[in-house]
Design a protein around this ligand. Sequence first.
Ligand code: ADP
Ligand code: TPP
Ligand code: MG
Length: 311
Amino acid sequence: MSLSELSVIARIRDRFPGGRELVDDCGAVPPPLPGQRLLVTTDLMEDGQHFSRAWHPPALLGRKLLAVNLSDLDASGATFLGFTLTLALGRDLAPAWVEAFLDGLAAASHAWSVPVLGGDTVGRASGLGLGITAFGSVARWLRRDTVEADDGIYVDQPLGASLRGLRKLMAGWDPAVPDPDVAAHLDPQPRLGLGPRLAAIPEVHACMDISDGLSRDLANLATASGLSVILAPGLDADAVEGGEDYARCFAAALPQAELERRLGIPLLRVGTAAPAGEAPVLHYDGGSLRPLPDRAFDHFAPAQGSDDRHP
Ligand SMILES: Nc1ncnc2c1ncn2[C@@H]1O[C@H](COP(=O)(O)OP(=O)(O)O)[C@@H](O)[C@H]1O
Ligand SMILES: Cc1ncc(C[n+]2csc(CCOP(=O)(O)OP(=O)(O)O)c2C)c(N)n1
Ligand SMILES: [Mg+2]
């Protein structure tokens, strides 16, 4: 394949579920299931900002691009209807890189049974911007703004591995050498399907996915819901700073053991909701409750791709 707008679109038509329908100015979003609502989410990934081409195998990057978008839909309780794909491709990209990226993304869209509905392909001088907008159907929308005081806040998988993987890659780790942290960063595995199961439990009041890290995402839940979250004791620094873990993070008024029994998976308690206090997230520091600083990745910090972006 030579790199051209037509060759990229031809490969998408050939390889993706729904690809054969890409013949018009517009695509059609499948209707939500009867009685359900249509949800939409968008995430953009930029070279140097969300990933580095220097270490990210292209097929895994394609898979991660879809995974992070479906993770948002799933955390809202939705099942997947389809997605659009926007590609801004630097003229210096090797055609083989683009092929591998598209093949990884196509394999993921087959695996998660979610068709491509449309998109756009443009060139740019250099660099790479990758965008997906994904649509879903939801019976009960699990939102960020419906946490209730005294809810326990839980996640469905350990946090911090992706950040450790990123640090290793920045320090020169060879991505071909197997490592669980590096794998968590390059190829995150959100537990897709858990969101709708959580939505079916009335005592689960709210849910979101962990993309920015607990220190920011618990604040997102707390602020949206007009209360504070008290961080659970005993979490390590990587779990609190974290980011890109793509765990489901949910608020529930049921004991942990009962939730684990119903869901059939172990959970990690990360906090407790309380009436609004001094800050959105509070933690125990030497016996007293203090505001938890925001340790999330800063998109607008000046240093490109260095650790200074984590304040
Ligand atoms: N440029 C934008 N235009 C409109 N809405 C936006 C824009 N950027 C973010 N949002 C909205 O702001 C909210 C928070 O965004 P974000 O923190 O990126 O969510 P997430 O972590 O789930 O991707 C979401 O409702 C998102 O749709
Ligand atoms: C080269 C590189 N630098 C830094 C990071 C770390 N990083 C980039 S974006 C991000 C947070 C999540 O991205 P964002 O676009 O804010 O996702 P959203 O909350 O919109 O889902 C993190 C931890 C990375 N993955 N790769
Ligand atoms: Mg976003």
